[in-house]
Design a protein. Structure first.
Length: 264
């Protein structure tokens, strides 16, 4: 981590241009901070994940660490097509740009225009695209439509990634999107995502009191599922668990890697 911190600030002071991107200053005319390879980083107010990704170094380190897991567990490589569902301002895209330069197709999708707008202006280019969707979310996009669909062709995605998205969705939405994500995957595709799951709790609780490190203050701030209920929904969507890691991600979220459950 200290090495990363040095690298990030050195990249900032050098002010290198991002590969394949033009420089975009903020409303005050300031140039954004950049990674060592010159990719712009979003301003802190556009970074999701609370304090965890506030600093430049933590933001980049988180992306690189997730990318290492996608390589290990989901066979992500330079030719892959990846759906980053709930991409925010493109944290993972920045890690991919840093590590690979580009991949076959990175597609970031989110409901928040301010985040997608920044990502599109600063990170789009060959191999990188962003789509704003208008799905409803009581906190992130009130007034949108309840579609529970994805802007991707069936069977077109090698890997889907969804960091801390199901952690803010009601159960009925989670069921709908699991089905859509399963359909989006190629036969040998894999999914990687985090959410709050525990053993021996009620199937679904919004903002559970005395759970986790925070006071959950806004609607759908934390949705916790029972592990058995959630894994039953995975199976119903046609997804099988490849590996599970409990509690080690943001604010105590767990991480799943899944694949399509194909008939033998
Ligand atoms: C906690 S943030 C995580 C952002 C990003 N994955 C990251 O790790 O930096 C959750 C994101 O999911 C997005 N989101 C919530 N519901 C969504 C939906 N139905 N479709 C697409 N994005 C959604 C929110 O707008 C928000 O950017």
């Amino acid at each position: 981590m200290p090495r990363l911190r040095r690298l990030v600030s050195r990249g900032q002071s050098r002010g290198q241009p991002a590969r394949g991107t033009s420089a975009h200053s903020d409303a005050g005319g300031r140039q954004p901070p950049r990674t060592p390879n010159g990719t712009p980083l979003p301003p802190p107010r556009l970074r999701m994940g609370g304090s965890h990704f506030r600093s430049d170094a933590d933001f980049l380190a988180g992306a690189l660490s997730d990318l290492a897991e996608l390589r290990q567990w989901c066979n992500l490589g330079p030719g892959s097509s990846l759906l980053d569902w709930g991409c925010g301002a493109g944290r993972l895209a920045i890690g991919i740009r840093e590590e690979f330069g580009r991949i076959g197709d990175y597609h970031g999708v989110d409901v928040q225009q301010r985040l997608i707008g920044w990502a599109d202006r600063n990170l789009s280019g060959p191999g990188f695209r962003f789509t704003k969707v208008d799905d409803t979310h009581v906190h992130y996009n009130p007034g949108g439509a309840a579609t529970r669909t994805l802007p991707v062709a069936p069977g077109s995605v090698d890997v889907f990634y969804a960091y801390s998205v199901f952690s803010h969705l009601a159960g009925a939405d989670t069921i709908g999107y699991l089905g859509a994500l399963a359909q989006a995957l190629r036969d040998n595709g894999r999914g990687w995502f985090t959410l709050f799951v525990e053993e021996g709790v009620a199937d679904e609780v919004e903002n559970p009191p005395d759970y986790g490190p925070l006071d959950w203050t806004v609607p759908l701030h934390c949705v916790r599922y029972s592990r058995s209920w959630f894994e039953a929904q995975l199976a119903a969507a046609g997804l099988a668990v490849v590996t599970f890691s409990h509690g080690a991600y943001t604010d105590g979220q767990s991480r799943y890697v899944v694949r399509r459950a194909l008939p033998d």
